[in-house]
Design a protein around this ligand. Structure first.
Ligand code: TXA
Ligand code: MG
Length: 328
């Protein structure tokens, strides 16, 4: 077995020389490049097959570095960073000069976060700079929550894969526009709306629009999708809908809601009983979707949990998984 410290040093060296490193975070695995190296950042887009207008998140080793990467740190942003970092919160702020436009998709704002994972933090500390990293999957597909997912999907296209075990949060970070007075949520994620409201002291809106009318890039309706088509129904209709779909000749996967699971016989090709705890549901969500793909399902029947706590992020991802597909 290799020594973890050696892997960290090797991975930091890869970043310094313009290479790509897949790194574990508490949310999902990221595909990292030196944020200040425009050529390396361009390669991230190539490997992902992602349009260059979709900005990346710059990952830092500590909240103390924030001021080096953004033009301005409003009071609210400082408060949120101090409270939630390291953690699954991404702040959108005016772009600092260090950040090339390649990393921000041409925007004058930059998304920044400090991930809460010992391997990611060790890498960021050893590297010293910012690491621009989207989720380490191909554009539009399900985010990876293990190093094996990354290996299977990106393999040789990545110069170094750091294995930090399965991700503990399982859905991506909450993205917050923190430029104005009251922050708004651009993407629900690992930090709940309720937790943000507690700190901010007022209601926090969820909006897909960045301030200035720019639609939050990367928020395609068809994001986070498995190969199988996902159909959303009411919880009590999941079993019946699965049966109908099977009769129609589909290979059917079912995400069975916890309250329905007790005592119900479901006829389907693959059944995953959703855990009652939202934390466990979020942690397992992408693996469940991958499992349906592995089982060869062409249709997944699921229902949405309540929109509070981590449920809000789960609802967002399931809706996108069920959203209209663009080409491929
Ligand atoms: O948990 C996460 O956030 C993971 C881990 C690896 O940190 N990263 C992640 O990155 O989910 P990605 O690229 O898959 O999603 C980042 C999203 C983009 O799709 C975009 O919507 C938003 O962040 N974003 C980035 N910069 C932005 C900006 N300047 N303004 C508005 N939205 C931005
Ligand atoms: Mg992503």
């Amino acid at each position: 077995m290799r020594e973890p410290g050696k892997d960290i040093e090797a991975a930091a060296g890869v970043l310094r020389s313009g290479g790509l490193v897949a790194l574990p975070t508490e949310t999902v695995y990221g595909l990292g490049a030196n944020a200040e190296d425009a050529t390396a950042v361009r390669r991230v887009f190539q490997v992902k097959g992602r349009p260059p207008s979709h900005p990346l998140i710059v990952h830092l080793a500590s909240a103390g570095q924030l001021g080096e990467w953004v033009e301005e740190v409003p009071d609210t942003a400082r408060v949120l960073a101090d409270r939630f970092w390291p953690g699954p919160l991404t702040l959108v702020l005016p772009r600092g000069r260090r950040v090339p436009l390649e990393a921000t998709g041409g925007l004058e704002t930059v998304a920044v976060r400090v991930p809460d994972h010992p391997v990611a933090l060790a890498l960021l500390a050893a590297f010293g700079g910012g690491v621009a990293a989207p989720s380490a999957n191909r554009f539009g597909s399900v985010s990876p929550t293990t190093a094996d997912h990354v290996r299977a999907e990106l393999g040789d296209a990545v110069d170094f894969i750091l294995d930090g075990g399965p991700c503990q949060v399982g859905v991506e970070s909450t993205i917050v526009d923190a430029r104005g007075g009251v922050p708004s949520i651009l993407r629900p994620g690992g930090v709940t709306r309720e937790a943000l409201e507690d700190v901010v002291g007022s209601k926090v809106a969820v909006t897909a629009e960045a301030a200035g009318g720019v639609r939050a890039p990367g928020q395609h309706p068809s994001h986070y999708a498995p190969r199988a088509r996902v159909v959303l129904v009411e919880p009590e209709q999941v079993a019946a809908q699965a049966h109908v779909a099977q009769e129609q000749g589909h290979r059917v996967g079912v995400l069975l809601p916890p309250l329905v699971a007790a005592g119900v016989v479901v006829k389907a090709d693959a059944v995953v009983e959703v855990p009652a705890s939202m934390g466990a549901f979020a942690r397992g969500l992408y693996e469940y979707l991958r499992e349906f793909d592995r089982q060869g399902c062409d249709l997944v029947v699921a229902s949405l949990p309540a929109r509070d706590g981590l449920g809000l992020a789960i609802v967002d991802r399931l809706r996108r998984a069920a959203g209209p597909r663009t080409a491929g």
